[in-house]
Design a protein around this ligand. Structure first.
Ligand code: CS2
Ligand code: MG
Length: 404
C-alpha cells in the first residue's frame, strides 16, 4: 500500500541549540515532522526513537494516529517519563503533519478550526538590576506584547536562572558536565516582590506579568511569595514548589490568590490529573513535545476545561519550531487557552526550520500551510556538530543541590 510509513529518520542537530527531529515518510512521498527534543538528554530520546520506535512504525498506516499512540504507550511495558513521551510526542506530531499534508489543510483545521483570531503569547524580559529589567520590559511593550515574563538578579548572588547577561534566549552550557551556580531561595523570596512591584509601577495596570520560581521554594516560602506578590497582580506565578509534591500546592493555594501555573516537566495526563481535578492550579504548562504530542495534549486540555483550568504551554527555545507549530495549531483551536510561552529563537534556528507560523505584536499565528507548516533546511540544520550541552545545576549557599 503506497500510503504506509516507509521511512523513519531521527536527526540530531545543533543549529546554535541541540534539537532532535523525527522525519517520517510515506511510500507515496508525504513527509511528516516531529520534535523530540529533551534538553540535555537528546541522545537518550534519539536512541529510544531509532532503536525502539522506528522499527515498529515501518509499514503502519499513518492515518491511524490514535491507535499508533495507544500502541506505543499502552503496548509497551515501560512507559511514561520524558524520554518515552517525547518520542511518542514526536511520532504523534509527525502523523498529524502527514494527515494535514494529505488533506491539504492546516492541522488547526483538522482539530476543529479556529476558536480565536490569534494565539496570545508571552516572552521573557530579564535584567540583572531593576533598571535593566525595566528597559527590557519596554522593548516587549514596544513590540506590542500584552503578556511578559519578568525575571531579575538577586542581590548577593552572581548568577540566577533565566537572567542571561548577554543573550536573548536561555543558553545551555556546552561541555561534559553542567555548569554550577549558587542560589539562595530566602534572598530570592525577599527580593522578588520588590522587582514585580517596580515592573507593575512602570508598566501600568494593563499589561499581564508572569514570573517563574523554577521549583525552588518550600511550600511556606511559596505561600509567602504568592501573598507578597498579590499587590502586583500577576497573570501567573510559575513552578513555585517541586512538581512531584502536588499536595504542596494545596497549602500554597490556601494562602494566596496569586494564580498558579505548573507542569512544564509533566509528561502525561496522569501527572496533571490531581492538580486539575482539585483545582489547585490555574494554568497547566505541559508542552506538546514532552506530553505525548497533539493527541495526548488535547486530552489534558479537555480535562482542564472541565475544571476551569487553562492551557499555558511551555515554549522555551529548547522546544523546536516544529513543536512550537503544533502548540500554536492547538492554541488556535482549543477553547480553554490562556497563553503560549514564546521565548523566541536565535535566527539560525528559524533558518534551519522554515515555518509558516509567525510571531508579531505579541501574538502567534499558525499560518495556512498544509500540516504543521514546518520544513527542514538540512544544510543549516547540520552546520554545527552536536555536542552535549546542559543547563546549570544549582546548589544552595551551603552546597546542597537545589531543585531545577
Ligand atoms: C523555563 C525553561 O521556559 C520556562 O518556563 O522553565 O526556560 C526551562 O528552564 C528550560 O526549558 C529547561 O529546558
Ligand atoms: Mg518555567
Amino acid at each position: 500500500m503506497n500510503d504506509r510509513i516507509d521511512s523513519v529518520e531521527v536527526l540530531v542537530s545543533s543549529p546554535v541549540r541541540n534539537y532532535v527531529t523525527l522525519r517520517l515518510r510515506t511510500a507515496d512521498g508525504l513527509v511528516g515532522l516531529g520534535d523530540a527534543t529533551v534538553n540535555g538528554r537528546e541522545l537518550a530520546v534519539a536512541s529510544y526513537l531509532s532503536d525502539h520506535v522506528g522499527p515498529l512504525l515501518e509499514g503502519l498506516d499513518p492515518g491511524r494516529i490514535e491507535d499508533i499512540w495507544q500502541y506505543l504507550y499502552r503496548g509497551a511495558y515501560w512507559r511514561r517519563g520524558p524520554i518515552t513521551m517525547a518520542a511518542i510526542g514526536a511520532v504523534d506530531m509527525a502523523l498529524w503533519d502527514i494527515l494535514g499534508r494529505r488533506a491539504g489543510l492546516p492541522v488547526y483545521q483538522l482539530l476543529g478550526g479556529r476558536v480565536r483570531d490569534h494565539v496570545p503569547s508571552y516572552g521573557h524580559a530579564f535584567g540583572w538590576e531593576i533598571p535593566q529589567l525595566l528597559d527590557a520590559v519596554d522593548i516587549h511593550l514596544a513590540r506590542g506584547a500584552r503578556h511578559i515574563r519578568v525575571q531579575s538578579g538577586v542581590p548577593g548572588l552572581d548568577k540566577v536562572y533565566g537572567v542571561s547577561k548577554d543573550l536573548d534566549y536561555e543558553p545551555a552550557g556546552r561541555g561534559a558536565r553542567p555548569p554550577e551556580e549558587r542560589f539562595d531561595p530566602e534572598a530570592y523570596v525577599r527580593h522578588a516582590p520588590k522587582v514585580l512591584e517596580a515592573v507593575r509601577e512602570h508598566a501600568g495596570p494593563d499589561v499581564e506579568l508572569l514570573h517563574d520560581a523554577h521549583h525552588r521554594l518550600t511550600p511556606t516560602q511559596a505561600a509567602q511569595l504568592g501573598k507578597a506578590l498579590e499587590p502586583s497582580r500577576l497573570f501567573w506565578l510559575e513552578d513555585v514548589t517541586p512538581a512531584e509534591d502536588q499536595e504542596a500546592l494545596r497549602f500554597v493555594r490556601q494562602h494566596t490568590t496569586t494564580p498558579l501555573a505548573i507542569g512544564e516537566v509533566f509528561n502525561t495526563i496522569w501527572d496533571c490529573q490531581y492538580l486539575i481535578e482539585n483545582r489547585l492550579i490555574d494554568y497547566i504548562r505541559t508542552a506538546v513535545v514532552h506530553a505525548g504530542g497533539i493527541s495526548h495534549s488535547r486530552k489534558i486540555y479537555a480535562l482542564a476545561e472541565v475544571h476551569g483550568v487553562k492551557a499555558g504551554p511551555h515554549g522555551p527555545s529548547d522546544v523546536s519550531p516544529i513543536a512550537m507549530a503544533a502548540s500554536i495549531h492547538m492554541g488556535a483551536s482549543v477553547h480553554n487557552w490562556g497563553v503560549q510561552e514564546y521565548m523566541g529563537y536565535p535566527e539560525k534556528v528559524h533558518d534551519a526550520f522554515p515555518h509558516a507560523w509567525s510571531y508579531s505584536d505579541g501574538v502567534l499565528q499558525p499560518g495556512d500551510a498544509a500540516g504543521l507548516g514546518v520544513e527542514l533546511d538540512e544544510a543549516v540544520l547540520s552546520s554545527e556538530p552536536y555536542t552535549t550541552a546542559y543547563l546549570p545545576t544549582a546548589r544552595r549557599l551551603d552546597g546542597t543541590v537545589l531543585d531545577w
